[in-house]
Write a protein that binds this ligand. Structure first.
Ligand SMILES: [Zn+2]
Ligand SMILES: [Zn+2]
Ligand SMILES: [Zn+2]
Length: 396
C-alpha cells in the first residue's frame, strides 16, 4: 500500500499523503523528540513547505489500553522522513498486539525506562508514526502539527475524547475515520457473592489487572480518603437518572501539565483518584506487582507502567503517599484509560469528571495551545450538559 492512489480516501490525511514535498533545495525545520527520561531521543527534519503536518487522535481499544490514556496522538511522517536517533543508541521496547499482522497499528515502541510511547513504523504504509507528546519544545506544536483527524471514534462506545471536541481543534472540524474492526473490548463488571460491583482495570496485555469497588462508607468517612469521592449529584437525585441515581463515584480529571503530557503519549492523561487500600487484589506500597515497573518522574512523583505493553498505570505523589502510607489511606492516581467500564471509556457510571477545571491547562497550552483550548472548552460544555454545571471540585 505504498502508492497514494491505492489508499482509501479516508486515510489520506491521517497519513499526510496529501502533503507534497517540493524539490530541493528547500527550507527545512528540525524538531527534537525526547521521552521523559532521555533514554529515547531523536530529531526530525521536515520541509517547511509541508508544515504543519496533520496529527491524528486514535481512540481504538489498543491505543487506550496500551497507554492508559483515552487515545493516542500521532503524526505520520512522509515516507522519506525518519527519526535521526541523536543520543548514540536505539533502546526501545516493542509491544505487538497478538493477531495484528506484520508491524502496523498493533506494534508499538516505548521507552523501557520511563514507559513513554515513541510511536511505530507502519510497514504497509512505509511510514514512521511518532507520538506528538515527545516534542515539548514550546514552539513545536503550532509549527509541526495541527490535530485534524480522529480515528476509531466508535470504539470508546460513549464518544470518548471526541465528546470533548465537538467543534474540532482550532475551529476546524475533525476528519473522522474508522474501519469495521477493533480489538474486542473486555467490558463486564464483576459481581461478588455479596452483590457488590467491582470494576476491572487492566492494561492491554493483562500483565497488570486489578479491581476497583464503589466508594464504601469507610472511605467516605475518612477525612483523607473522602477527598477522592464525589457525592451523588443533585441532578441525579432530582431527576430519574436510572442507573446513575444516587451513586457515589470517584473523582476524575484530565491533566495537561508537563509530566502527565510527557508520560501520556496522548498530550494529557485522564486520572481517577482511588485509595490504594481499596484495590483488589492488594497493590503493594512499592506499586510493583504483575508486570508493573516504576519510574521516578521527579523528587515527588513516581509512576508505574506495564513493562510488557507499556501502559501507564499509576502516578503517585510521594509526599502525600508517605504521610498517609502508615495509616493505609494514601490515594493513587490510576490511569483512567485502563478502566473496563461497560458504559464506555469515560466510565461515567463510576467517576465524576472535573469538567470545569482540567489540571495543567496553562502548561499544556505551551505545547499545543489549539488542542488544549479546544479540550478545556469542550469539557466545560460537556460538563454543563451532563452535570448541569462544569464541576471544579478539589482533588488530592
Ligand atoms: Zn524514557
Ligand atoms: Zn489506535
Ligand atoms: Zn501490559
Amino acid at each position: 500500500m505504498a502508492n497514494t492512489s491505492d489508499l482509501p480516501a479516508v486515510v489520506i490525511p491521517f497519513y499526510n499523503r496529501d502533503k507534497v514535498i517540493p524539490p530541493e533545495p528547500q527550507e527545512k525545520q528540525t524538531f527534537h523528540a525526547r521521552c521523559h527520561c532521555g533514554n529515547v531521543e531523536f530529531d526530525l527534519t521536515i520541509p517547511t513547505a509541508i508544515l504543519p503536518l496533520n496529527a491524528y487522535i486514535c481512540s481504538c481499544s489498543s491505543c487506550r489500553y496500551t497507554r492508559g490514556a483515552l487515545c493516542s496522538l500521532h503524526v505520520a511522517l512522509p515516507q522519506t522522513i525518519s527519526p535521526e536517533w541523536t543520543n548514540g543508541r536505539i533502546n526501545v521496547s516493542v509491544h505487538k498486539s497478538p493477531g495484528s499482522g506484520a508491524g502496523g497499528h498493533g506494534q508499538r515502541l516505548f521507552c523501557p525506562t520511563c514507559g513513554v510511547r515513541v510511536g511505530l513504523f507502519e510497514p504497509r504504509m512505509a511510514q514512521w508514526v511518532v507520538s506528538t507528546s515527545l516534542f515539548r519544545d514550546t514552539t513545536a506544536g503550532p509549527l509541526f502539527w495541527s490535530v485534524t483527524c480522529f480515528g476509531f471514534y466508535k470504539s470508546p462506545r460513549d464518544g470518548g475524547l471526541l465528546s470533548w471536541l465537538p467543534d474540532g481543534v482550532g475551529g476546524k472540524p475533525l476528519h473522522l475515520g474508522t474501519v469495521p474492526y477493533d480489538f474486542p473490548p473486555d467490558e463486564a463488571l464483576s459481581i461478588r457473592p455479596d452483590g457488590t460491583e467491582w470494576l476491572c482495570v487492566a492494561c492491554f496485555c493483562g500483565g497488570v489487572a486489578f479491581e476497583i469497588p464503589r466508594p464504601a462508607e469507610a472511605v467516605r468517612g475518612d477525612p483523607h480518603m473522602a477527598r477522592c469521592v464525589a457525592p451523588p449529584l443533585e441532578k441525579d437525585n432530582d431527576e430519574d437518572k436510572g442507573e446513575g441515581k444516587g451513586k457515589w463515584k470517584w473523582k476524575a480529571y484530565m491533566d495537561f501539565g508537563g509530566d502527565s503530557w510527557a508520560l501520556s503519549g496522548a498530550q494529557g492523561m485522564p486520572w481517577v483518584q482511588v485509595p490504594r487500600a481499596v484495590l483488589s487484589p492488594a497493590v503493594p506500597t512499592t506499586l510493583e506487582f504483575g508486570t508493573v515497573k516504576t519510574y521516578k518522574v521527579s523528587s515527588t512523583l513516581t509512576t508505574g507502567f506495564c513493562e510488557y505493553c507499556g501502559a501507564r498505570v499509576f502516578l503517585r505523589d510521594e509526599e502525600e503517599g508517605k504521610k498517609e502510607a502508615d495509616k493505609g489511606t494514601e490515594v493513587l492516581n490510576v490511569a483512567l484509560g485502563l478502566l473496563r467500564a461497560p458504559e464506555g471509556a469515560k466510565a461515567e457510571d463510576w467517576v465524576v469528571w472535573r469538567a470545569g477545571r482540567p489540571e495543567g491547562v496553562e502548561e499544556g497550552k505551551r505545547f499545543d495551545g489549539e488542542f488544549v483550548d479546544a479540550m478545556a472548552e469542550g469539557m466545560r460544555r460537556w460538563g454543563l450538559d451532563r452535570y448541569g454545571e462544569a464541576l471544579e471540585f478539589d482533588i488530592v
